[in-house]
Design a protein around this ligand. Structure first.
Ligand code: FES
Length: 243
């Protein structure tokens, strides 16, 4: 008889099928199970010069138990090529297993609420789109609500959630399951693995992190919140070498 383990699922997230999950290995790569699609995305600017959309980049063939680099040194990114064995990178996991909301701040508006856990910032900058999402949520009107939802639903790291003030339920978008190495030409670097669609991430010791619609896994090896991205890749201009 198999025992079903209950995992923490963020409110508003629909978990991916159980056979699709990501295993963090001790000092090594991410082992990805269940063959989710892997496709690079490129952050394209809009007419105001801010992050406007994710354009589709290169597609990679998925295989069962594929290993994706998390040390930032592979010459065959996004896949692992064994470079972590020689790379001087500490890949110890440091992130909390608590739900994101436990460490979130709340911002109140007339029709919407915003929750924000800054530790999960992947620096995709959709939240700062001419206006900042923290200010937008405090304004009234359909235009502001749409802009807030655009900013929140494009946030690579999933640090933000937007809530309907009346129902106290999150306003969520339907996310398609996928793993997306980010390329960010506006700041001249590569970014994390953006993981969409409720994919479970399991730590090297077998404990699962909260299952979320939007998350960003560090692949540069330098985050202080491993396995999640904390935006550090932007400060030292990580390049994955994907042509
Ligand atoms: S990829 Fe963002 S901190 Fe490593």
């Amino acid at each position: 008889m198999t025992t079903k383990i209950d995992h923490i699922v963020q409110i508003g997230t629909v978990p991916a099928p159980e056979d699709i999950y990501i295993q963090v290995t001790k000092g090594g790569p991410y082992l990805v199970h269940g063959k989710p699609p892997v496709q690079q995305v490129i952050i394209e600017k809009n007419e105001t010069g801010n992050s406007g959309r994710y354009a589709a980049g290169k597609s990679f063939e998925s295989s069962e138990s594929m290993a994706l680099c998390r040390c930032g040194h592979s010459k065959h990114a996004p896949f692992c090529d064994g470079s972590h064995l020689k790379a001087p990178v500490d890949l110890t996991e440091t992130a909390s297993f608590q739900p994101l909301l436990a460490g979130s701040k709340e911002f109140d508006g007339p029709t919407q609420l915003l929750t924000d856990n800054e530790s999960y910032c992947a620096f995709s900058r959709f939240c700062d789109n001419g206006h900042q999402v923290w200010g937008e949520v405090q304004m009234k009107g359909e235009q502001h609500e749409r802009l807030t939802e655009f900013m929140v639903h494009n946030c690579a790291g999933g640090r933000l959630l937007v809530w309907d003030r009346e129902t106290q339920q999150p306003i969520e978008s339907k996310e398609t399951i996928g793993i997306h190495p980010i390329e960010d030409p506006a700041i001249g670097c590569s970014g994390p693995l953006m993981v969409r669609g409720g994919v479970r991430v399991e730590s090297a010791d077998g404990q699962s992190y909260e299952i979320r619609n939007r998350q960003a896994l560090c692949r540069c090896g330098q985050s202080s919140n491993k396995p999640f991205c904390d935006g550090t890749h932007a400060s030292f201009k990580y390049h994955d070498g994907i042509a």
